[in-house]
Design a protein around this ligand. Structure first.
Ligand SMILES: *Cc1c(COP(=O)(O)O)cnc(C)c1O
Length: 433
């Protein structure tokens, strides 16, 4: 950046023309038309420039039709719908299996759509967090999402351990924003024998850092720990190869990049080397028994050799339908093409934001070390987000006190949205003239 080359002094009209040209020439044009884009909150524009898809994804237009069909089948068939609905409810979750497996790079029997994210993390820890002897510690990142912090602390207590001594929170080096892979690996080399479970976010919710999941997984397993990933901000954002990376387990929510709707049914991955292991402790329910014998209603469980063995309850059809609609879109586009478009959009937004004074990007500058999200350090994050929405129709979110997050989600965000965000920030950021 050279002095004077700020967004504020640019010729906004020519920047806007450039953004429109990028939209017209992008190799993967936006699928915005397949989504319901909300109106700009302050009425400044017909449509919001929506950058909060990392918090709640937009509604695919196809959701309402799928939901209506389930409501009709329920009205028309009632209990018969379990077997006779257009998409029989008894094994409805099967419809999500293959698209979910493609999304996270898994074999089909390694994934299951169920529950919500934190519930799945607990179910996974009930199996894979097995403190014994000196190997009792759970390693997370210091900037973990609060739910993850609470979950691991409560697991420690559940095992009669002191969370303060059991949970290790990895911090970046002083003065740095991101965890260095080499530091995680060195920690595992040094402290490996005390680590029972390593459970980090694949993409950090606060900084947007994309972790080196293959290297960290390999090091964690080599150290003798179980390795699980929280993929809340990674699923639908970056390509994943959970099977090949040899991850023990993973869980993700479906309402962020996956556009499955508020509180949508989450996903869960268990590596196939575990699905036949009868010695693993599991919290069980009737949907975790083999469907071929489930309705014999016997007291002994007969788990299938798949991630389905971790299911508890019969699937919530009205909550799964939107996730199905959404996964069909991902299947059609493919994560590799989406990641390429994401790189172009986020790179464009990053270059425009570099010219904004008073908003420092704390997300890694290396495109290989981030997903869609850019996090900016600002003063008065909440007030800034409010003004962005009211005055410019730009929807971002604030992580108080001093971080705002913008995710140009490649399915429905455009270069023009990014232009709007950059102009709005240049107008409102505290360093702006
Ligand atoms: C969004 C998010 C959650 C939310 O958990 P729910 O159980 O879906 O409410 C948990 N962990 C991380 C890392 C998240 O980003």
């Amino acid at each position: 950046m050279t002095p004077g080359d700020t967004a504020g002094s640019r010729d906004a009209a020519s920047a806007e023309d450039e953004a429109r040209r990028l939209d017209e020439t992008d190799p993967l044009p936006t699928l915005r038309g397949e989504f319901l884009v909300p109106p700009a909150p302050g009425g400044s524009h017909p449509e919001a420039a929506y950058f909060a898809g990392n918090s709640l994804g937009l509604q695919p237009r196809s959701v309402a039709g799928l939901l209506r069909e389930e409501l009709e089948d329920w009205a028309r068939l009632a209990v018969e719908g379990h077997t006779r609905a257009r998409r029989p409810w008894v094994d409805y979750h099967e419809l999500l299996r293959e698209p979910a497996a493609r999304l996270v790079g898994a074999l089909p029997h390694e994934v299951v759509a169920m529950n919500s994210l934190t519930v799945n993390l607990h179910l996974m820890m009930a199996t894979f967090y097995r403190p014994a002897g000196d190997r009792t510690r759970i390693v997370i990142e210091d900037s973990a999402f609060p739910s993850d912090s609470y979950a691991v602390a409560s697991q420690a207590v559940h095992h009669g351990l002191d969370p303060a001594r059991t949970v290790v929170r990895l911090r970046p080096r002083p003065g740095e924003e991101h965890l260095r892979t080499e530091d995680v690996l060195r920690f595992l080399e040094r402290e490996g024998p005390t680590v029972a479970l390593l459970m980090l976010g694949g993409v950090n919710y606060l900084t947007g850092q994309l972790m080196d999941m293959p290297a960290i997984t390999q090091a964690g397993r080599a150290a003798g720990a179980a390795v699980g990933w929280d993929l809340a901000h990674a699923a639908g954002n970056v390509p994943l190869r959970l099977h090949d990376w040899d991850v023990d387990f993973a869980a993700w929510c479906s309402y962020k990049y996956l556009n499955g709707g508020p509180g949508a049914v989450a996903g869960c991955f268990v590596h196939e080397r575990h699905v036949r292991d009868a010695s693993l402790p599991r919290l069980a329910g009737w949907w975790g028994t083999d469907p071929s014998v489930r309705f014999r209603m016997e007291p002994q469980i007969a788990p299938p050799a798949s991630a389905d063995a971790w299911q508890l309850s019969n699937p919530p059809i009205l909550a799964l339908a939107p996730v199905l609609a959404s996964l069909r879109i991902f299947d059609r586009v493919g994560m590799d093409a989406l990641r390429a478009r994401s790189g172009r959009l986020t790179g464009y937004l990053a270059s425009r934001l570099a010219a904004v004074r008073g908003a420092e990007t704390i997300t890694p500058a290396d495109p290989a070390a981030r997903g869609s999200q850019l996090s900016l350090r600002v003063t008065d994050a909440g007030g800034l987000v409010r003004r962005l929405a009211e005055r410019h129709g730009v929807v971002a979110d604030a992580r108080e006190p001093d971080v705002i997050r913008l995710a140009p989600v490649p399915l429905y965000c455009t270069f023009h949205d990014c232009h709007r965000a950059a102009e709005a920030l240049a107008d409102l950021a505290p360093g702006a003239a």
